[in-house]
Ligand binder design. Structure first.
Ligand SMILES: [Zn+2]
Length: 356
């Protein structure tokens, strides 16, 4: 099974490596070791030209410019559009159907990601590319990044590898892709599909995910549409046992909720909920003395059993102090096709074909 990331410490760049890439009209430095075939891309290449639509590459600027005039994807990205909002769209590209595209995208990405394992077997992956379309010219688009996902995963992974290309980083676009990846894991239909990114995460990946999870939970606890202001009551109590079937999606934050319940409402793994709450610093020491102290065996210290409580005022303070915008990076209305909203509750209807 491939792993999304191996070393938390980037290896120093080999002196013999492709140093810069030209993507469309952008020139920028590479970060990590190239795995381009050496007979096509010499190891001391200073400038590699990469097509911004299909990721074909060339060391020869003239050949590259010639290609961009005839590129088969120059006006439309490959695959099927699954999301579209405010100029940003996400397209699902099957690595088997678009093998060359997926291989070239992977080779390019490797220059900015410090692991190799997911880059060879593109056929068993789906690629979700993030596209920005020029509002004044619908034929002019750029691919800003992507995430990949294993078609069949035995682990609860909703994402294998995620990358926003360097010129487009620090614009909250990673959060947009993460939000889309959670939606596409289909946890809203079936709680058994709740998942998260493939582990282990790189250092940068972990930082990005923890922030994404923190905001996702804060948004749920503070902004839920059906929520009533519960004052400053204790919001989360891990002790409370709930059964999966009794919980409804996005049920309003009660005075007391379990970590599992937050996970079910946000599509997050219990471990990730605990990670986020702890990182936010909003967890208060539990005062529940009734907790069985029967054993200190290992089974007793799993995430399922951890006891935490959180106050809403602390969550609000966290939001204020970090100037977090609670707006969801992903708009439900932006999803298309099978992922489109079909009723007010965001539950997909299966009866539409029988209607009329
Ligand atoms: Zn091209």
């Amino acid at each position: 099974m491939s792993s999304s990331s191996t070393s938390p410490h980037p290896k120093p760049l080999d002196a013999q490596n492709t140093k810069h890439v030209v993507l469309g009209n952008l020139l920028f430095k590479t970060w990590y070791q190239s795995i381009y075939p050496e007979d096509l891309v010499a190891s001391d290449t200073d400038r590699l030209y990469v097509c911004r639509w299909c990721f074909r590459y060339s060391c020869d600027g003239a050949a590259y410019r010639k290609h961009t005039r005839v590129c088969e994807h120059r006006t439309t990205p490959p695959g099927t559009k699954v999301y579209d909002d405010a100029g940003y769209s996400v397209w699902e590209v099957d690595g088997e159907e678009y093998k060359l595209f997926a291989q070239n995208l992977s080779l390019f990405s490797k220059l900015f990601v410090d692991h190799k394992s997911v880059f060879f077997d593109v056929v068993s992956f789906l690629f979700y590319i993030l596209v920005f379309t020029d509002p004044n010219n619908p034929d002019n688009y750029s691919i800003l990044g992507y995430f990949s996902k294993e078609k069949l995963s035995w682990d609860p992974n909703n994402l294998a590898c995620i990358l926003i290309f360097p010129p487009y980083q620090h614009k909250q676009l990673g959060k947009l892709l993460m939000g889309v990846s959670y939606k596409l894991s289909a946890w809203e239909k079936d709680a058994a599909l709740i998942g998260g990114p493939e582990r282990p995460l790189s250092e940068m990946g972990k930082k990005s995910y923890v922030r994404f999870w923190e905001e996702r939970i804060a948004r749920y606890l503070l902004l839920d549409k059906h929520g009533e202001d519960s004052g400053d009551g204790v919001l989360v109590k891990q002790q409370q046992k709930i059964s999966k079937s009794s919980s409804k999606k996005r049920s309003h934050p009660q005075k007391s909720m379990s970590v599992q319940e937050i996970g079910l409402a946000t599509g997050m793994l219990t471990d990730d909920v605990v990670t986020a709450l702890t990182s936010m610093g909003v967890v208060e020491p539990t005062t529940n003395k009734k907790r069985k102290k029967a054993s200190s065996s290992e089974e007793d210290t799993t995430a399922e059993d951890r006891s935490v409580s959180v106050r809403k005022s602390k969550v609000m303070e966290w939001v204020r102090s970090r100037r977090v915008a609670l707006q969801d990076p992903v708009r439900e209305e932006g999803f298309l096709g099978g992922w489109a909203l079909s009723d007010l509750n965001g539950v997909r209807s299966v009866e539409s074909e029988e209607d009329e």
